[in-house]
Design a protein around this ligand. Sequence first.
Ligand SMILES: *[C@@H]1O[C@H](CO)[C@@H](O)[C@H](O)[C@H]1NC(C)=O
Ligand SMILES: [Zn+2]
Length: 464
Amino acid sequence: MVPSLFLLLLVAGAAAQGHDDAVARRTMEEFAGFPASDDGEGDRRAYALRVDSEGLQRQIDELASFSDSPAPSVTRVLYSDKDVQARRYIKGIMKELGLAVREDAVGNIFGRWVGHEAELGAVATGSHVDAIPFSGKYDGVVGVLGALEAISVLKRSGFQPKRSLEVIMFTSEEPTRFGISCLGSRLMAGSEELAQSLKRTVDNQNLSFVDAADSAGYKIHPEDLHDVFLNQDTYFAFVELHIEQGPILEKEGIPIGIVTAIAAPASIKVEFEGNGGHAGAVLMPARNDAGLAAAELALAVEKHVLDSGSIDTVGTVGILQLHPGAINSIPSKSHLEIDVRDIDEKRRNDVIEKVHQSAVEISKIRRVELSEFKIINQDPPALSDKAVINAMEFAAKQLGLQYQLMISRAYHDSLFMARISPMGMIFIPCYKGYSHKPEEYASPEDMANGVKVLALTMAKLSLE
Ligand SMILES: *[C@@H]1O[C@H](CO)[C@@H](O)[C@H](O)[C@H]1NC(C)=O
Ligand SMILES: [Zn+2]
């Protein structure tokens, strides 16, 4: 093991003579958060190693101005004019940084800093800049603009990557327009099912995905969708920087979260049907009330989730509709949508199986028909890669930043990148854990910490 990654970082590049050593050491200490040792090997020069927090904040504010709702809220939906403007803005920064910019058929944007062993798998980072209606300006954005600032920090430090470093802006992490979350990364990870369904997908204006993409300047021929798929060896590692979207780091006063696993949801639609009838005329023994069947199933979901024995298993009945929905009418139909999440796929799927058994039993006991029990999606959870976790921990330690190992309960493009690359995520605190609303906020200091940990993590992985 090398004595310090910083020596590598700082020795790199054409070190000019005559730079004040004491200044170099002080700057290095500021960046690293630990005393710099001088073992007398050659010339060292620290370039400006600080994160440009003001510049990053200015970019975040500028990007937030591309919005279809008034500030402080942000609305930026896939392939809208504002989304196109945001894309142009990101590509502009990539070009300014000297990155090689490429876009794939659906508009995933890649900015690559080519390493001196360019044939090796690259180290990638990135996130999304689309924003659900009336949300905030940090979700996803910190992982794109922050990643570009991390590249900038490394460039200013004189670092020379061995493996190429790449920043990715993913298309449509949010499901707002076409009901498909993580569209870009899901496709990159090789989802044949998605490649097929995108040919037929329409938005709520009945505008097809292909036509919407066309309006944003992406001419998609259905065969091109397969060109989005990436090989398993494209990336050596993928690391995403993101706001926590939860309250833990802020509450504990810990600046960095290192994500060890990403929980994944399974969604289920259920329908019960009964005979309905007049609320006064049909006597209780004669009823088969579809609403009560739904109520019982909702309680069964809670019971099975709690019975899993793990705090990481969560289940929610977020939609419960009754038909015809009149005070004097026995519900003849009920519709439930159930979301079950866990970081353990088997445990989550066991809960779903038990929910299914309960639905069948309830329908028998209450003499209603279980007319639908449909698993809408069942994405597998993902574990972070051990080597990537090690690199993130190494970086946080080098920087003297306290960190906490934690689970991501929301899911991210990283969930899909994990299918084609060793993956890890870095979380930073956000105000009260707020997200998807205008009050979303991360402090410049917390963002700077995240950028530094990301920069060092990528630098370390690049040299492996
Ligand atoms: C949506 O558009 C397609 C093709 O243009 C058309 O056939 C279909 O009827 C439309 N559906 C609705 C609900 O308007
Ligand atoms: Zn996000």
